[in-house]
Design a protein around this ligand. Sequence first.
Ligand code: URP
Ligand code: ZN
Ligand code: ZN
Length: 464
Amino acid sequence: MTPMGLAPVDIVVEDETIVWVGVDCDPSEGDMVVDLAGLYVLPGFVDMHTHLHLRVGQYSVADDFQTGTAAALAGGTTTVVEYVTPDPGETFTSALDRWRRVSEKSRADYAFHVCIPRVTDDVLDELPGLIRQGITGFKVFLAYPDRLMLSTAEIGRVMSVVGPAGGVVFVHAEDGVEVERLRAEAVSMGRKAPIEHARTRPARTEVEAVSLILDLVEKTRCPTVVVHVSCGETMELLAEARSRGLPVFGETCPHYLWLTERQLLRPFEEAIHYICSPPIRTASDAMKLWDGLCTGVLQFVATDHCPFFSEARNSADSFDKVPNGISGIGARFNLTFAGGLYSGRFGMERLAHVLSTHPAMICGLYPRKGVIAPGADADLVVVDPFGRTDLGEEPLAGACDFNPWEGIEAPGRLLAVMGRGEWLWREHDLSAKPGRGRFQERRRLSHNLLAHLLGKDMAWIFCP
Ligand code: URP
Ligand code: ZN
Ligand code: ZN
């Protein structure tokens, strides 16, 4: 996969970097030559949405940077972008110190987004400095009133600082006030089953939140990603906004593409493992998300990898007490390959775009990541399209004792994964040591990358 699309080429790697891509390379004596005829080589995948160090209440996520990036690499992901989420009252500096410490164990390269739990003049003043340190993505929430929710006015203020400074805002779009009302109502009526999680976060709460966000994007022109898009109607809103030239993008996740709310009807102790926000929805929503990936309304498949051990989930006696999140960091390639390429919805190029190139672009990692071209890091994934993969296999599943993808044999197989010039994973053999991963400074989003992602001419772009 070259920047021009699929081509039968030779790739020359020196140390950590791709130095040449072309035809009929003439190797010198002593060069190591690997013949990959009949296979596909894609740029290392970038998972732009992970939680490898998150505390929710008294519980921590099941994976850490060591186990989570082992699974990531086995699934072809050579770079993860992790959300630094400050505890209530914690400063950005303290939260970032915490994440920097734990990410030292990372086997894969990594970068950070920062969540903004409250907005003050001081907080806004800090954002351009973070962008200068290579942290260009900021997540804001219309959900979780108890911990993270901001008002639309506050999000508007964030956007008017982040956009001009060259950053990107990532939005968790659920109408938190309405969700809270519905949850309180359900609990007061004794409706505690896992399916109530979906019933109290209906699609209309996402749609309402997305339309509020689009108004803010229209006013501020801040490049904005709606993360974990879960429903069909959101697609219509995003498509309409994009047709008006708004710099708005959509990310979805394997669980919204493959799972439905029927999982929440299973016995309590099984169903609670499928509780995530927004919730998994209907088969019709999933079909529309696949359409969105084909037509370009959605640009990214990320995992929102956020598993919790059974112990943490089982201690809850009601849907509203269960820590939210699903795992997928190792399974993303196979699940996207299966529904996208293998089902005939899109080809290898689109697959590489949604898993690697587009996330690298929006996260300011391109062209160091997300592309096979001279000058890029030698992050390469070797794909056998005719092989098959057991998604319950170690270490694809990560450390959690529950794997939603267990028992699935998916089409497509990764034969080898190279990160910065070194083979990190080859046929069941993970050689990447903890600490091998390197922090990636992100660049500001440039106008031409924005135009490229929007599929527009640069004349469309106006960033104040
Ligand atoms: O249920 C989810 N998605 N948990 C992770 C936190 C978030 O909102 O992304
Ligand atoms: Zn979220
Ligand atoms: Zn998340």
